[in-house]
Design a protein around this ligand. Structure first.
Ligand SMILES: [Zn+2]
Length: 265
């Protein structure tokens, strides 16, 4: 766990997404939850040293961000699209993922369940707790339901997977042009510290790198469409990622399949 500002703590080393919490003088607000139960229990014990957990914010509709909700007490807040995704999520899928991540079977999955948010937003929501303000903003990109959390008192933005550092972005549910706009919007927030959805904490200069990354994907796929290539030809021709890695090829095929459909229109 790293302390990144006076009151913000982040863990970037759990399997799954980055998880964070903010300590206020009226309790703790958590951003995303650890997916692996053993990590969730450890995180819960760490947080208890800093105060009562008041709110849990899920930044997006993907399992690695919300699977751990059931290990925490606290009012869950998320986009209404994320609530839908949680209500429709498959317990078997997460159990399968967790079993493959913890092969010794050390993971106690019997009481595992999904906890949906009790408060949702569609565009904006502001939480006031103690001396802190949490501005939740729907900024579509990685999915339509991304929620970025801006805490001005700490100068921190929790970006969700709209920013990932050192790993390829997943575009399987992406709105590519809205994503570029959302990165511009984040550029305008007065925050020097960014907590990405995955990878190391970075500063706002990383937003332009992320923007270039998304633009590269758009250009590669729209270039192939302009040349009249089929989806399969596109998947087998372009190489945005280093395809010597088999996992990279799978991610690229997934990203191209979705982008091809979106950009073809
Ligand atoms: Zn995601």
């Amino acid at each position: 766990m790293q302390k990144i500002t006076d009151n913000v703590y982040v863990e970037t080393d759990f399997s799954g997404c980055n998880v964070s919490f903010v300590v206020t003088n009226e309790g703790v607000v958590m951003i995303d939850t650890p997916m692996v139960p053993a990590d969730a229990v450890r995180w819960r014990n760490d947080i208890a040293k800093y105060g009562t957990l008041r709110y849990i914010i899920n930044t997006e509709p993907h399992i690695d961000h919300f699977a751990g909700n059931c290990f925490f007490d606290g009012t869950i807040v998320a986009h209404e699209g994320t609530r839908e995704a949680i209500l429709n999520a498959s317990i078997e899928q997460v159990k399968g993922m967790l079993t493959s991540m913890t092969p010794e079977g050390s993971t106690p999955l019997d009481d595992f369940s999904f906890s949906p948010p009790s408060i949702t937003l569609s565009k904006h929501l502001t939480l006031y707790l103690g001396k802190h303000t949490f501005k939740l903003i729907n900024l579509p990109g990685h999915s339509p339901y991304q929620v970025v959390v801006y805490v001005p008192e700490e100068g921190v933005v929790f970006t969700s997977d709209n920013v990932v550092n050192g790993t390829p972005p997943f575009l399987h549910q992406a709105l590519p042009y809205e994503w570029l706009e959302s990165l511009k919007h984040m550029q305008q927030l007065e925050a020097n510290v960014l907590v990405p959805g995955h990878g190391d904490v970075c500063d706002r200069s990383y937003l332009s790198i992320m923007s270039n990354t998304i633009q590269t994907w758009i250009d590669a796929v729209s270039g192939a469409i302009d040349k009249g290539m089929s989806l399969e030809e596109t998947q087998n021709t372009i190489s945005v990622l280093d395809l010597r890695d088999e996992r990279a090829k799978q991610i690229q095929d997934m990203n191209v399949a979705h982008l091809y459909e979106v950009l073809k229109k």
